[in-house]
Structure formats: structure tokens, C-alpha cells
Design a protein around this ligand. Structure first.
Ligand code: 4AD
Ligand code: MG
Length: 436
């Protein structure tokens, strides 16, 4: 008899199957025991009836502790009352190991304890749903670009220069020199966009974020498309189409996960085109009015970047993601194309998720002129020699181009509706957290 994954048990109603997994939980009442078995694909409730099994099987189940590893044999049947739920009429068990007292019990645990035990915490139902969701969302992301004939081009993790400001660089020794962990694959995507037209990268990125927030990790995965001859409007269209498709696919393909997470589906169903597009100036005006109406605590200072409460307020005015474009150039990175209508503004866009989840996408149009780019590099006090190759792109057939970056964990956090980004990563890295 072959092993069957719990997710596939429904295809085996009436048959005897073998499940290889762990004891999630067990209840008993008189001559019945109800072990819940999980195998990574799902959880199934077993029914052990004393009169139907050998003395040994009954005793074995009595001795099982939480997370003991077991191979359970039984017949699949439909739950007598609940539709689409299946049970296992158990007739045999093979114990692989009786687990030592498991630290994570069904009672409530503090977050520090859970984070220290992340390697075990991942076995819980909620974390199962989150990691499955993450895995599926990554599939939707890849499929979005692959199906549109983008070329996946991986960018390096070890880099010679900063992309997103020097304050969050992780420096590492590199033989006799230093290197930095990448903050973004963008600069490389610009080179590959000149070679392959439409490209995307997807990989780990690093920022030495010294603040403790619910949306910053020091290591996160970013997907970054870059398109030759695309302008700011084009990249806003692309981001809108991208987010809409991911949310639609999640709603269609991740029902089980969203149910476990108790996600309010109506909030996701509202995510439809068109997304509102407002300028930084309009957003600033909105914040001013909000402050005057007493809806915001601190006044927003025009010219600054938005803080997290500002983003939350702006996003709260809409039921779907909002795109804020044309920020002051001085609060943005060195490579942004200035707005020809007002060169103090950059042709950039941030996509803010609804419900207070904040920025999920940052992107825009890149500088085409060698001269202004060199100026940008100098103005940001960046070492010119580290960017010589990047400047080359403006010498050999410069071209308008745009792209964006989306942090997968930010996206998972929003779509799953969880409070803190740490649960969107299997092994999150943060200021005070490196283990396991
Ligand atoms: O806005 P950012 O800094 O933009 C860039 O890195 C561009 N070079 C991307 C591009 O145009 N190709 O970061 C992009 C996104 C953010 O919108 C956010 O989703 C995520 O990366 N992000 C983080 N996610 C988790 N933890 C952090 N510390 C993050 N910093 C940025
Ligand atoms: Mg940003």
C-alpha cells in the first residue's frame, strides 16, 4: 500500500491508505480516540475505535505525544456531517519516534518564545497557511512575467555599490576588499533590459534597517521587472495589472489558506482596476486636510517622505491600492528621471496597499542622460568609479526605461492580513533576530 498525502485523501474514499506524518493533537472519549495527523500537505482526523484495533495499536496511540512521528494506516471516509471533510478510520500505526515534550502546545505563547522556536513554530496551522500562501504567490508572480515573455535574469547578491542609499548597506569582507549585500537588483536589470527588452529578477535583497517596525526585514525577497522604452505611466499600468492578477489568482487558488487565516475576502475582492493615481502634491494636500479635520495627530511637513502613519491615512481614503507618483526628487534614489514639468520632482511611483499595510511597490522611470545621472551620483555622495559600468548604459544607446520592485513579504503580509511582516518569511531576519 502506498503513501497518500492528506490533501489527496479525498480521491481515495473507501480505500485503505498510509499516511506518513506527525501527531498534531489527540482527544479521547471512552473507547474512541481522535488523533489529528498532519503530513505537511494538510491535517486529517483519525478515528481509533478500541473494539476495531489490536491492544497494541490502542496502547500505542495512548502513548503518543504531540509531534511524535508516525505512519498511520486506515480507510478514508467522508465526515458524517461536514461536507468536503475526510476522516481516517484507523486500523494500524507504526511509531517512528515518540517525541520529547513539545515546547509549542495549543496554549498561547509569547512572540519571543515563538520566534526562538521558529523551526518548530512553522508546523502550526497558521504558519502552514502563511508559507503555502507565500509559495503560491511566488508562483503567481513568476507566472505573471513568464507568461508575458519577460526574461528572468538573476542579479548578484554581492555587489560593489549601493543602489538604495548608503545608510542601509551591509558590508562584507571580499578577499582583500569589501563588498555589499545587494539592496536591489535594479541597476543590473537596467543592463539586462538593454540586452533582453523585458526582464525581471527575483531574489534575496538586504537592508541594514535599524528600526523595529512591523514592515521591515533586513533580508527579504524582491521581484523586480524592468522594461526598455517604458515610461512612468507604463510602469504604473504594469504594477496595477500585476497586483490585480496576483490578488485574483490568490482568491481563486488559495481558499484553504485564506480561510485558516480568517482573511476578510471582501477586502481582497475590492482590489480591481483602475487603481487611483495621485501625485505626491495631492497626497500632501490630503494629509493637510486630514490634519485640519483632526484625523491625523501630527502635521505632515511638505517636502518630506511619507511616514508610516501618513501612508496609512492616504491609503485609508481608498478601498484598493493607491499609486502615489512624482515625489520630491530629494527624498528618492539617485537614478530617478526628473519630471520635465517640474524637475524638483522624480518620475517615480509608490503603491500603497489598503488597510494600513503601507508601501508594497516602489519604482519609476530611470534617468536616460549620462550627464544628469553623473550629477545624481555626485549629489548623493556616491563613488563615481563604482558606477562606471552603470554610466556606460547611458553611453551606448541610452533609452527610456522603467521598472519597479515588490517585496514578497510585504505582499504576503497584506494579502494574508497579518499584523507583522516576520510571519511572512520562513526564517525572518531582523535587527534583533538572527536565529534560527
Ligand atoms: O522602494 P524600494 O527601496 O525600491 C527599490 O529597491 C527599487 N530599486 C526597486 C526597483 O525599482 N527595481 O524597495 C522596493 C520594495 C518596497 O516597496 C517593499 O515592498 C520592499 O521592496 N522593501 C522591503 N520589504 C521588507 N523589508 C524591508 N526592509 C524592505 N525595504 C523595501
Ligand atoms: Mg520605497
Amino acid at each position: 500500500m502506498n503513501q497518500v498525502y492528506i490533501n489527496d485523501a479525498k480521491k481515495h474514499v473507501g480505500e485503505e491508505i498510509k499516511i506518513k506524518g506527525w501527531l498534531f493533537n489527540i482527544r479521547s472519549s471512552g473507547k474512541l480516540m481522535f488523533p489529528e495527523i498532519r503530513d505537511g500537505s494538510g491535517i486529517i482526523q483519525g478515528v481509533v475505535f478500541k473494539n476495531d484495533v489490536s491492544e497494541k495499536v490502542w496502547e500505542d496511540f495512548k502513548n503518543l505525544t504531540q509531534e511524535s512521528s508516525v505512519v498511520v494506516t486506515g480507510k478514508v471516509r467522508e465526515h458524517p456531517k461536514k461536507p468536503n471533510v475526510y476522516e481516517l478510520d484507523v486500523n494500524d500505526v507504526e511509531i517512528v519516534q515518540i517525541a520529547e515534550p513539545y515546547p509549542i502546545t495549543p496554549k498561547e505563547h509569547g512572540i519571543d518564545f515563538l520566534m526562538t522556536n521558529r523551526h518548530l513554530w512553522l508546523r502550526s496551522r497558521r504558519q502552514f497557511a502563511l508559507m503555502r500562501l507565500r509559495s503560491k504567490i511566488i508562483g503567481f508572480v513568476r507566472n505573471f512575467f513568464d507568461s508575458r515573455d519577460f526574461t528572468l535574469v538573476d542579479t548578484p547578491v554581492l555587489t560593489p555599490a549601493a543602489c538604495e542609499g548608503t545608510s542601509t548597506l551591509f558590508e562584507v569582507g571580499y578577499f582583500d576588499n569589501n563588498a555589499y549585500l545587494t539592496q536591489s537588483g535594479q541597476l543590473y536589470n537596467e543592463a539586462t533590459a538593454a540586452a533582453f527588452g523585458r526582464v525581471y529578477s527575483f531574489g534575496p535583497t538586504f537592508r541594514a534597517e535599524k528600526s523595529k517596525t512591523r514592515r521591515h526585514l533586513t533580508e527579504f525577497w524582491m521581484v523586480e521587472p524592468e522594461v526598455a522604452y517604458m515610461d512612468l505611466d507604463g510602469v504604473m499600468d504594469l504594477a496595477e495589472e500585476f497586483i490585480t492578477e496576483i490578488v485574483q489568482n490568490t482568491l481563486a487558488g488559495c481558499r484553504q489558506e485564506l480561510e485558516i487565516l480568517e482573511r476578510d475576502l471582501s477586502k481582497l475582492e475590492a482590489v480591481k482596476s483602475p487603481f487611483p493615481r495621485i501625485s505626491y502634491d495631492e497626497a500632501a494636500e490630503m494629509l493637510k486636510k486630514g490634519f485640519e479635520a483632526g484625523e491625523i495627530e501630527k502635521p505632515f511637513e511638505y517636502g518630506n517622505d511619507f511616514g508610516s502613519p501618513d501612508e496609512t491615512y492616504i491609503a485609508s481614503q481608498f478601498d484598493r491600492p493607491v499609486m502615489v507618483h512624482r515625489y520630491p526628487a530629494k527624498v528618492k534614489a539617485f537614478y530617478m528621471e526628473p519630471d520635465p514639468a517640474d524637475p524638483t520632482k522624480a518620475l517615480c511611483v509608490d503603491v500603497l496597499a489598503p488597510e494600513g499595510y503601507g508601501e508594497i511597490i516602489g519604482g519609476g522611470q530611470r534617468m536616460t542622460s549620462h550627464e544628469t545621472l553623473l550629477e545624481g551620483i555626485h549629489n548623493h555622495d556616491l563613488p563615481e568609479e563604482a558606477f562606471d559600468w552603470y554610466l556606460d548604459l547611458r553611453k551606448y544607446g541610452t533609452f527610456p526605461h522603467s521598472g519597479f520592485g515588490m517585496g514578497i513579504e510585504r505582499c504576503v503580509r497584506w494579502i494574508s492580513g497579518i499584523e507583522h511582516i516576520r510571519e511572512a518569511s520562513p526564517f525572518p531576519r531582523m535587527l534583533y533576530h538572527m536565529k534560527p
